[in-house]
Write a protein that binds this ligand. Structure first.
Ligand code: BEZ
Length: 217
């Protein structure tokens, strides 16, 4: 059955460029990104994996562990990693699953036969420290992903997991937030000492709470 938001992220043990990895053990208490790419030695994937490696300090800041996947075998991943380093100016610094038997791809429904019956699509799963699926995005092979957007979404997921806020259109870290409708004005007085602007009773804008001194999580 298809995975849905809020489901337990299926656990697995797989061969990767960094040895055999159990997904849950690898994540530990961190957030996780599991992403698939269609094929090794392809141009778009080469740029995606290089850029993801460059973002390592950003992932570390957010306590996020990354793991990639394609259905190519380990020796192919290892050879291609040299090309990524040569062309993108950065070495792979996260594991890439060699899913030649499609065990993990099938578990996460990463092969969409009407797009391609052999290769994985560009799936992204964000998993929380509770091992629940927090976000899923699917791109076709022809379109490289925007990993800055994935960081932005993780900022929102981490913020909204701690505070009673949601993030508006095109929000980025530091921007104002929206107080969730389930919080009454009375409760909001305690939760949001910086106050809010009620554009409508259901649209209450408040400064990003973790940037306001004295706001409790
Ligand atoms: C690529 O990564 O460049 C790619 C992979 C599969 C199909 C098309 C492009």
């Amino acid at each position: 059955m298809a995975i849905r938001l809020g489901d337990d992220a299926p656990n697995f043990t797989a061969e990767t460029t960094e040895g055999t990895i159990n997904f849950y053990d690898y994540l530990g208490d961190s957030w996780g990104i599991l992403f698939s790419h269609p094929k090794d030695y392809t141009p778009v994937c080469t740029t995606e994996l290089g850029y993801t490696a460059k973002l390592k300090p950003e992932f570390e800041k957010r306590n996020v562990k990354v793991i990639g996947l394609s259905v190519d075998p380990l020796d192919s991943h290892k050879g291609w990693a040299k090309d990524i380093e040569e062309t993108q100016g950065v070495a792979l610094n996260f594991p890439v699953i060699a899913d030649a038997d499609r065990k993990v791809s099938d578990l996460y429904d990463m092969i969409h036969p009407n797009a391609n019956d052999t290769f994985t699509v560009r799936s992204v799963y964000v998993v929380g420290p509770d091992k629940k699926v927090k976000l899923m995005i699917t791109y076709p092979a022809s379109t490289g992903r925007n990993f800055d957007e994935i960081l932005r979404v993780i900022d929102s997921l981490q913020l909204t997991s701690k505070y009673s806020v949601a993030t508006p259109v095109n929000w980025k870290d530091g921007d104002d937030c929206i107080i969730v409708p389930s919080v009454t004005d009375e409760q909001a007085k305690e939760k949001f000492p910086a106050g809010w602007n009620a554009v409508k009773p259901y649209l209450r804008i408040t400064p990003q709470p973790n940037k306001v001194k004295g706001t409790a999580a």
